[in-house]
Design a binder for this molecule. Sequence first.
Ligand code: ADP
Ligand code: MG
Length: 241
Amino acid sequence: MNIIEFRKTSKHFGPLKVLDEIDLTIATGEVVVLIGPSGSGKSTLLRCINGLEQITGGDLVMDGISVRAGKRQLRLIRQEAGMVFQQFNLFPQMTALENVAFGPRQVRGLSRAEARTLALGLLEKVGLAERAHHHPAQLSGGQQQRVAIARALAVQPKVMLFDEPTSALDPELKQEVLTVMRQLAQEGMTMVVVTHEIAFARQVGTRLIFMEHGKISVDGPPREVIDTPPSDRLKDFLQHV
Ligand code: ADP
Ligand code: MG
């Protein structure tokens, strides 16, 4: 079953065309890794999926709902697509537990006790049960990002979107985040991941997409694409990441 469908999707910022008639279908359970030069439209593509950016041409359908539908449908789409950003974006005044429990209470209408139980379970899943009562400032970057993943999972999304989730982390902290992501993939979560971690793409990705100038220029099995890049530009890109 296809969970995400780009149909000649375009996105302009004023005169600037950032996504150029993208056709892309993502099936349930796929782990799609997106790579490409800075400015090629990777973040915009992710942000269009959950309606953080409005598309300006074509259509984009998420779990059967068009992002062009009304506000109510857009809220549903946002619940179904959890997003993790480069800069964690946790609520600084809340503890890890409160950060994770916030969404289920607001969005899913869980009671305080239910949300707390769910949040504790998710913090345990990302290896942070013992940090539940710490505030973000008391956590390392890798721990903050794992809380951010737990927070996104808390609203029970059907798809997880990751925008360079390890780019702000020191090398030794990247791995703990990649491990959680690998575990999610193994559990069958549908994921779209923008990353420069080529080893992760190769091991965990079911599909690798290389973007250039708002278009998909390569789309294929990660090992094949990485080991025998079908274009010189991709070959060059891979040599420099
Ligand atoms: P990537 O994530 O691949 O680096 P982005 O999707 O962030 O690329 O950006 C693609 C292009 O769109 C860039 O030229 C960027 O400057 C431009 N862009 C992104 N967001 C905005 C915005 N809100 N307003 C205007 N231009 C933007
Ligand atoms: Mg980006």
